[in-house]
Design a protein around this ligand. Structure first.
Ligand code: PLP
Length: 465
């Protein structure tokens, strides 16, 4: 076991004439005495044959994949490597438009041509719903030679797509399927969560251990059931990941897997059940997901571990709700938008944590009023027109213009809200008057809108034709 080996080694009296420079002395709060490099006996992440291979094999067993790669560069590193491994320059790739920034960065970097699949919005919200298999099927029928399809499931808000049907459709059209399951690392550990994408036939899946499981920040997995693809995935991981992976992070992954083997998720499920039952007392605030309601519009499945609390139809915004939770009840949430707040839960939450959140929401609910307000949409109403492919922006001349004058011009940089990191505008897309107005409205509602070179809201880089 890696963690045990690190601890034994730290006590073994071997003098370190090697990296890292802290020489295993603690200089702050990090346990640097366990922070090694690839010295004799400690394997190599990019060519694992010993203790690192054992961790990857255990992860593959837990996720029921043929091969698992441990990632220390976040889900981002895995997404970049997977897209590069499954495409060649100029390939057509179908991307669900609600994918994370890392997917778009990969598309630009790999020189592929993205074609977007636009999920519908969930009724009465500004949240993207599932990717419908029929919609994807039609897109694949009308688009020639699609090499790869990239879908995010679950989304940041916990919305899932029917991965089994989607995988079958992709394969019927000769395309591979990559699923960004960054927010669904806990799915294999209880039947009340959606099925993990790797079990549904996805060719490659990236899942982020640190988001919903007890694993250190930056740790993730890349999973595949395709042994033929595994070699190229490994090669591309060596391109995008550091050649000096942190042993502290890898030991953290091993500890997480040991925890998963020894922990039953049923207590967590009971806590969620109790929370959702008690939350029915809320009158004005509302939970987006209701496990008792099968009548869901534009959602195929969802992760009910994500508590999406909407304040729409009340006199407070999502950001105000987050502020009250923080200042009046000392509860910090994951994210807030104009209309909702996301509270992320995990197997490590306590009864007390769930009770505090419920108590706070009930208290706030009593003090707010119903209010008929317009929904300020944070999602794209329609796909922007494409003037050129994202990667072509690298070889074009750019000019900076005031943001207010950008309508009709072609963007040379990304514009997105973070979180969730989904772009409104991709390099090569024409900035329409309506998107410009939407961005101005979101900015005035306190939503953080950023661009690649971070000069918004003053100016933006556009093509100088
Ligand atoms: C859906 C999704 N995919 C990928 C990522 C990237 O994950 P990481 O920051 O761990 O690299 C994120 C980050 O928030 C995300 O929300």
């Amino acid at each position: 076991m890696l963690t045990k080996k690190l601890k034994d080694y730290a006590q073994g009296g071997v003098y370190p004439m090697h990296m890292p420079g802290h020489k295993r002395h603690r200089v702050g709060c990090l346990p640097l005495e366990l922070d090694l490099t690839e010295i004799y006996g400690f394997d190599n992440l990019h060519h694992p044959q010993g203790c690192i291979r054992d961790i990857e094999q255990e992860a593959a067993r837990l996720w029921q994949a043929k091969r698992a790669f441990m990632l220390v560069n976040g889900a981002t590193g895995g997404i970049l490597a997977a897209i590069r491994a499954m495409t060649s320059p100029d390939d057509t790739v179908v991307i669900a438009r609600n994918c994370h920034q890392s997917v778009y960065n990969a598309a630009e970097l790999c020189g592929v041509k993205p074609v977007y699949c636009m999920p519908d919005v969930i009724d009465g919200t500004d949240i993207y719903g599932s990717v419908y298999p029929e919609m994807l099927d039609m897109l694949l029928q009308s688009t020639e030679n699609v090499r790869l399809v990239v879908i995010t499931s679950p989304t940041y808000e916990g919305v899932c797509s029917d991965m089994e049907v989607i995988a079958a459709i992709c394969h019927a059209h000769g395309a591979r399927l990559l699923v960004d399951e960054a927010h669904g690392a806990h799915f294999p550990f209880h039947a009340r969560f959606p099925q993990p994408a790797v079990a549904c036939g996805a060719d490659a899946v990236v899942t982020s251990l640190h988001k919903t499981l007890p694993s250190p920040t930056q740790t993730a997995l890349l999973l595949t059931n395709d042994r033929g693809l595994a070699g190229e995935l490994q090669r591309q991981l060596a391109v995008f990941e550091t050649s000096s992976p942190s042993y502290l992070l890898m030991s953290g992954v091993e500890d997480c897997l040991t925890y998963l083997k020894n922990h039953d998720f049923s207590e967590y499920i009971n806590r969620l059940d109790t929370f959702y039952t008690n939350a029915k007392q809320l009158k004005k605030l509302r939970l987006l997901f209701d496990p008792d309601d099968d009548n869901r519009c534009n959602i195929d499945a969802y992760d009910w571990g994500k508590l999406v609390i909407t304040a729409y139809g009340t006199n407070i915004s999502g950001s105000e709700l987050a502020r009250r939770l923080r200042e009046d009840f000392q509860i910090e949430t994951e994210m807030s938008s104009a209309h909702y707040v996301i509270a992320m839960t995990s197997v490590c939450d306590t009864d007390e944590g769930f009770e505090r959140l419920l108590h706070a929401l009930l208290q706030i609910d009593r003090t707010i009023q119903y209010f008929d307000k317009e929904l300020t949409s944070a999602v794209l109403a329609e796909l922007p027109q494409k003037a050129f492919e994202p990667h072509e922006s690298r070889s074009r001349r750019a000019v900076t213009v005031p943001f207010a004058d950008a309508a009709g011009k072609t963007a040379m940089e990304f514009i997105y809200a973070y979180p969730p990191g989904i772009p409104y505008i991709v390099p090569g897309e024409v900035i329409s008057q309506s998107v410009l107005e939407q961005l101005v409205q979101l900015l005035s509602n306190g939503v953080e809108i950023i661009s690649t070179i971070r000069q918004l809201p003053q100016s933006i880089l556009v093509a100088d034709w």
